[in-house]
Design a protein around this ligand. Structure first.
Ligand code: DAT
Ligand code: MG
Length: 153
């Protein structure tokens, strides 16, 4: 049961919002069978984006990345389900859209690494950290999905 309640942090970046891809991206997570736990449409501060990408602070693209991420509205979400961290990453595609296969979000919907539409946690540990950074505990909604017995045996 615990594995089925694994959670990941997914954020549609400003280019995804501006390009009108919010519905398309949410649709893919819903249709796969994952359960939406939290969603917040927001304008993230530069400080939040800096913290979110703190592991990349020494990379030459860090400043540009923070500027891009904090330069428009973001849809921050938490999705739950069996192996959602790993499957979420597969659904996103590779970091660089050039390497992302057709059928993935980045492989279908974007072109350049600096405008790659979407963030997804890369491990269960970073998911825990990122969910806590972007959401207060009371913003995570608890309910039972009626699809549960049709998704899991
Ligand atoms: P991911 O978003 O796939 O987890 P990451 O954590 O390595 O990738 O990097 C975070 C973001 O930084 C990534 O989504 C886009 C940007 N980025 C990564 N490598 C880059 C590069 N070589 N040039 C420009 N931006 C880059
Ligand atoms: Mg990453």
């Amino acid at each position: 049961m615990a594995a089925k309640t694994e959670r990941t942090f997914i954020a549609i970046k400003p280019d995804g919002v501006q390009r009108g891809l919010v519905g398309e991206i949410i649709k893919r997570f819903e249709q796969r069978g994952f359960r939406l736990v939290a969603a917040k449409f927001m304008q993230p501060t530069e400080a939040l984006c800096k913290e979110h990408y703190i592991d990349l602070k020494d990379m030459p693209f860090y400043a540009g990345l923070v500027k891009y991420m904090s330069n428009g509205p973001v849809l921050a979400m938490v999705w739950e389900g069996l192996s959602v961290v790993k499957i979420g990453r597969l659904m996103l595609g590779e970091t660089n859209p050039i390497d992302s296969k057709p059928g993935t979000i980045r492989g279908d919907l974007c072109i350049e690494v600096g405008r790659n539409l979407i963030h997804g946690s890369d491990s269960v540990a970073s998911a825990t950290k990122e969910v806590a950074l972007w959401f207060k505990p009371e913003e995570l909604v608890s309910y039972t999905s009626c699809a549960q017995p049709w998704l899991y045996e």
